[in-house]
Design a binder for this molecule. Structure first.
Ligand code: DON
Length: 307
């Protein structure tokens, strides 16, 4: 067995010194001022062993990584009926693209592009209100990570709302096709709140453990989701988790992963490891430049791959 502790330490050292770090998301001030020099990694093995490196305990904006947890909650509420309102095919388009919605009648390609995530938020909001639904997500994350300190960064959530013109366009367009049940404003408020959740690599890797353990919570053994559902969430992460960079990520890294514009990536090796990496500089497809590279190094050094 490869020495994971050494591998993680080597990766953290390489990434701390890496010269090409991408570009920090600058559409809101709270993200633009994050230090591009940051890099963190947390690897949690199936037996519970934790290995961390770099800035693994610094909270960052998880942004679109929240879409994995919201999908899990929504599937728990409505089951596979969810797939009548959202597809599960890669889009091959940017995360905030609107073009496919017209010819595809307001059914977004998958739950991980913005359009699909907005429909998922609408499902989670159904029969509730923004405050309680956001509370449900926070409670779920705290339960999964065994950590009550996870919070929503209000500044980020409010800035998302102030600058979210494309998301308003997407939501209104979907609503025009009859695929949103709640008022656009409410659904988007929930979406902006989920994007504003702040977590560290250690917390994020802990929250992803159920996806490596066939749906089981590691502490209690309780099924958070069925094994079948965990496999399927991982499948959608692999095919759609990096937007129009999903093929490249599968080719280079070979494990399911979900990225966010804050520079975080949650990656899952079924039966082996739950991994979170964070570095705020993004590549041209909006995925963490060094986070992707770190996962490539990790999969090469450990042999972890689903292929
Ligand atoms: O919806 C938005 O525009 C932002 N909150 C971005 C979410 C995100 O992370 C997409 N990805 N890379």
């Amino acid at each position: 067995m490869a020495d994971i502790a050494n591998i993680v330490a080597d990766i953290a050292a390489e990434m701390a010194a890496a010269p090409h770090r991408g570009k920090v998301a600058d559409y809101i001030p709270a993200l633009a001022r994050v230090d591009i020099g940051r890099f963190g990694i947390a690897v949690i093995l199936a037996d519970g062993t934790v290995h961390v490196g770099g800035d693994a305990d610094i909270p960052f904006s998880i942004q679109s990584v929240s879409k994995v947890f919201m999908l899990t909650i929504a599937l728990g509420r409505v089951g596979d009926a969810l797939w009548r309102r959202v597809g599960r095919e890669p889009s091959g388009s940017a995360f905030n693209s609107i073009v496919q919605l017209e010819s595809e009648h307001g059914i977004p390609r998958n739950p991980f592009i913005n359009a699909g995530a907005i429909v998922v938020s609408d499902i989670v909001l159904q029969g509730s209100d923004v405050r309680s639904a956001a509370g449900d997500l926070l409670r779920f994350l705290r339960f999964l990570a065994d950590d009550d300190s996870i919070v929503i960064d209000r500044e980020v959530a409010e800035s998302e709302a102030q600058t979210g013109f494309r998301n308003y366009a997407l939501a209104n367009y979907i609503k025009a096709f009859g695929n949103l049940r709640n008022p656009v404003e409410d659904t988007l408020q929930l979406y902006f709140n989920q994007c504003g959740i702040a977590m560290s690599c250690r917390q994020l890797a802990a929250a992803g453990r159920y996806l490596m353990l066939d749906g089981r919570h590691p502490a209690t053994g309780q099924q958070v989701v069925t094994a079948r559902r965990a496999r399927r969430i991982n499948a959608v992460m692999l095919t759609c988790g990096h937007y129009d960079g999903s093929g490249e990520f599968a080719y280079r890294v070979g494990i399911p992963g979900k990225s966010g514009v804050g520079g975080g990536i949650l990656a899952v090796v079924p039966g082996e490891a739950s991994i979170a990496v964070w570095s705020p500089g993004l590549n041209e497809r909006g995925n963490s430049q060094l986070g992707s590279l770190a996962l490539e190094r990790l999969s090469e050094a450990t042999g972890w791959s689903i292929f």
